[in-house]
Design a protein around this ligand. Structure first.
Ligand code: AN7
Length: 367
């Protein structure tokens, strides 16, 4: 094939992963004319749990979405949204964000050569994400308000100024995010019985369900799983069935009170995508520590939320049936080191000598 047939992945050696658009092209709204803007996202690890399986009483695998190029699942949707924006000759892209969408939009826009504006709630974005957006060259607008206010503004601005909105209200975003479902089923060789994940705007859970439905329709999987959507207790509009004016949680990525995707919609004629549950900030932070210390997986607080929901349901004895569960951990822990460092102690410096260092080691494991 001539390089022109694979614009955007030129230079990738044969046999390597080509990014979600090329790998799952038949399921995505792209044509041969669509310029593919990719950072080779997807193909993230599906890691067998070491200790959490025993705690929930079934096999658990962890889908590590923090291994995407900008450190979150958003890249799966952003490769499609930015490719389509470029194809449509958009003047600029805009998103409201608690951070990860902004980081991803900024990186893919940089690659596409498109101006990118991110509207963020002042004080509501973890520093790693803010750094990503700015370093990639996005223009940030920090508004005195909540994420929900920022979202409203992003919608208005894109409508009034004919710009491209790249939040999950952009249908191309959800199309790309479907691909996590394909990868999970491909890697397992079957559909899991249960998939748990954090829920903010409910874009990702909607996309996941659509991906599963698409594979089911094609006969690639024999059944559909139960989805367990988990929200933070102080920002749980979908669990409580009402808007939350000033949502509060340590998990800043999912600090929203008015889900943009509202009711997670299944595919045509599909049953409801699953169940919703909520967990406290304490459970979120304990689960984050557990994942890091017992499984070797460092996730941001929002991403620990899905696993925390599994643990809570298991403890209550209300976990849906099934042998095999998958937890999608959506973003990397390095994005929010401020929160993580709140739970550990940075040691004071000691003298740079063998004795000083040995004393520390002996204090922990003995001689
Ligand atoms: C790590 O970046 O909304 O239910 O603006 O960053 O599809 O909203 C992020 C959301 C879960 C929730 N985990 O996904 C944003 C933003 C992480 C996230 C979610 C987000 P949705």
């Amino acid at each position: 094939m001539s390089p022109g047939g694979r614009r955007g992945v030129v230079g990738v050696s044969p046999g390597t992963w080509r990014g979600v658009i090329e790998e799952f092209r038949e399921f995505l709204p792209v044509t041969r004319e669509t310029p593919v803007v990719t950072l080779l996202e997807g193909n993230t690890p599906l890691v067998e749990s070491r200790v959490l399986s025993a705690r929930i009483g079934r096999r658990l695998l962890i889908k590590v979405e923090g291994a995407n190029p900008t450190g979150s699942f958003k890249d799966r949707g952003m490769t499609v949204a930015i490719s389509k924006a470029l194809e449509a000759r958009s003047r600029a892209v805009v998103c409201a964000s608690t951070g990860n969408t902004a980081a991803s939009a900024a990186a893919y826009s940089a690659r596409a050569g498109l101006p990118c504006f991110v509207i963020v709630p002042a004080g509501g974005v973890a520093m790693g994400k803010m750094a990503q957006a700015l370093v990639h060259g996005a223009e940030a607008v920090s508004v005195r308000g909540t994420f929900d206010d920022a979202m409203e503004l992003a919608r208005t601005v894109t409508e009034q100024m004919s710009l491209t909105l790249v939040n999950s209200l952009n249908p191309h975003r959800l199309e790309g995010q479907k691909t996590v479902a394909f990868e999970i089923c491909d890697a397992l060789g079957r559909v899991p019985d249960l998939i748990a994940l954090p829920v903010g705007n409910a874009g990702n859970i909607t996309a996941l369900w659509r991906g599963l439905a698409a594979y089911h329709e094609r006969g690639r999987i024999a059944a559909l799983p139960t989805l367990l959507g988990v929200q933070a207790a102080g920002a749980a509009p979908l669990v409580e069935g009402r808007r939350i004016g000033v949502p509060q949680t340590v998990a800043s990525a999912i600090r929203g009170g008015k889900p943009a995707a509202r009711k997670p919609a299944g595919g045509a004629g599909q049953a409801s995508p699953g169940e919703f549950t909520k967990v406290t900030d304490e459970e979120i932070l304990e689960t984050q520590a557990l994942l890091a210390r017992e499984e070797g997986i460092f996730v941001e607080p929002a991403s620990a939320t899905g696993v925390a929901g599994l643990l809570r349901r298991a403890a209550e004895g209300t976990l849906p049936d099934g042998e095999v569960a998958v937890a999608i951990v959506t973003g990397h822990g390095l994005k929010d080191v401020d929160t993580a460092l709140g739970r550990v102690r940075i040691p004071p410096p000691v003298r740079a000598s063998f004795e000083s260092v040995a004393r520390v080691i002996e204090g922990v494991i003995g001689r």
